[in-house]
Write a protein that binds this ligand. Structure first.
Ligand SMILES: Cc1ncc(COP(=O)(O)O)c(C=O)c1O
Length: 471
């Protein structure tokens, strides 16, 4: 397993941040006694030395002081700025960040950083017909809340659909509708992660999920995802030794790599989850974005004991603007999530759910999906064609929206990125998807957002800049 030495280094800094944020939230006030090293170490399930180092750092930085034979005490804020922060903001820690969205905010014509589908490939005109239809069927729709769990009619239809896809029995009660998979991941993180809890993620993985988990104070353990799947011995060892709260995975047309965990590993993974009581969060955002063959059976299919939660986002290919996702899980998972969802937004907008419902079941939707797959496959092929002579490495994805490309060591990805942005070309540096911030030679190129000509021109610019850097 990677990052354990680095982790130890970082751990006391995390404890330091943790204590500071509790002080800032007012849990401990100026001149309050902090918990003893023994008590805090027991609470956080950490070695006393780690807590000791954090306390020493608090002292060095003037955040705490020591009373002989008594312990550590909170110092009063020293600067005007600190006093102002404490008096005015309810929360001032910097746990919240979203690296990828910072990058995506930078405008670029050749936009390879957004893992989104080109709006021109989506059925915007057809959808507008359904807007009228939905308002005719439900004239009072704008005056009505959805139930927190999601519209009953939609959950009925989706549970039928999911039973076919997942080949399991399901009831509408075993679904929760969320505003996108992003919200689903956030709700699960809030439910399962306590500060300093350990979770297992793939390396690389969906970067926004990492930011969400970080915001809850999670510590990461990772397992590499390759075109052959995971090293299952390593997964087992991690589950056995560290008992992670869950394993967040995107095993089908994975973002960012496009890899798919083979069928032969899936049943075994569920057995491991059951044996070590580690929940699997199966994020299946790209399930329908396949090119040649339908994807292999989901992990959820093999689950008999409630150890897999399945996330099915429809925002990518139906309509990103509707933000509809279904969490599928057994009651033990869904019930607390409903309570959390009620705290967050009291239910997703009803009009979005009804629009989705009527469009989703239509003949047009199937035709659209078929055409969309072909269009995406063509774009993937064009991008690969443009990269062919570079000698760079990647594995051709059989679904999804991205190419995960490994560049020669001699090219600095950061320099490449800065120069590319000046030339209107945008991509995401690989380190953003790595829980330990490495993978410095990889980049993610999304082929679904810009059209064929733009792919050609954008990749030619990228390759030219890379050649220039190499000299
Ligand atoms: C793996 C993965 N999960 C979840 C999401 C978020 O999906 P949504 O748009 O439904 O919030 C994305 C978006 O790129 C993704 O790649």
């Amino acid at each position: 397993m990677k990052n354990s030495a680095a982790d130890k280094q970082l751990l006391y800094l995390q404890v330091y941040e943790h204590i500071l944020s509790r002080i800032q939230r007012g849990e401990w006030q100026a001149h309050d006694k902090l918990p003893s090293i023994r008590v805090l170490a027991a609470e956080l399930k950490l070695h006393r030395l780690t807590v000791f180092r954090a306390y020493q750092l608090l002292k060095e930085n003037g955040k705490a002081y020591v009373k002989e034979k008594s312990g550590y005490y909170v110092n009063s804020p020293t600067t005007e700025n600190e006093r102002e922060i404490l008096n005015s903001h309810p929360r001032t820690d910097n746990r919240y960040k979203n690296d990828i969205s910072e990058i995506q905010r930078i405008p670029a014509i050749y936009q390879f950083s957004q893992a989104l589908i080109d709006p021109n490939l989506l059925p915007n005109l057809f959808l507008s017909d359904y807007v009228k239809k939905v308002f005719d069927i439900y004239p009072k729709i704008m005056g009505t809340y959805s139930t927190v769990q999601g519209d009953g009619e939609l959950r009925e239809v989706l549970s039928g659909y999911m039973m076919q896809r997942l080949k399991v029995q399901l009831s509408a009660d075993e679904l929760l509708i969320t505003s996108g998979a992003q919200q689903a991941i956030d709700l699960l993180a809030r439910l399962y992660i306590r500060p300093l809890d350990t979770i297992l993620v793939e390396r690389p993985t969906y970067s926004a999920a990492l930011d969400i988990f970080r915001a809850q104070g999670a510590r990461f353990l990772s397992v590499d995802i390759t075109p052959e799947g995971y090293d299952l011995n390593q997964v087992e060892q991690i589950m056995k030794d560290h008992r992670p709260r869950f394993f967040y995975m995107n095993p089908t047309f994975h973002n960012p790599t496009g890899y798919t965990v083979p069928a032969s590993q899936r049943k075994h993974l569920v057995e491991l989850a059951e044996r070590y009581q580690c929940l699997l969060i199966e994020d299946d955002a790209f399930h329908d974005m396949y090119f040649d063959e339908m994807p292999t059976q989901s992990l959820f299919t093999y689950d008999t004991d409630g150890w897999v939660v399945y996330l099915s986002s429809f925002s990518k290919y139906v309509a990103p603007g509707l933000r509809v996702c279904a969490i599928v899980g057994r009651n033990i998972v869904i019930e607390p999530l409903i309570t959390l969802k009620s705290l967050v937004d009291n239910g997703s907008p009803l009009v979005n759910q009804k629009l989705f419902l009527h469009y989703f079941g239509s003949e047009r939707m199937q035709q659209h999906l078929h055409k969309l797959r072909t269009a995406l496959q063509i774009r993937r092929d064009i991008m690969e064609q443009e990269l062919l002579h570079t000698g760079w490495k990647w594995t051709t994805p059989s679904g999804g929206l991205n190419l995960w490309v490994e560049l020669p060591q001699s090219i600095s990805v950061d320099t490449l990125w800065k120069l590319c942005i000046q030339e209107q070309v945008s991509f995401v540096p690989g380190r953003m998807f790595d829980p330990s911030g490495d993978m410095n030679s990889s980049i993610r190129l999304c082929y679904s957002f810009v059209n064929e000509e733009q792919i050609g021109e954008g990749i030619r610019r990228l390759v030219k800049i890379a050649a220039h850097i190499r000299g």
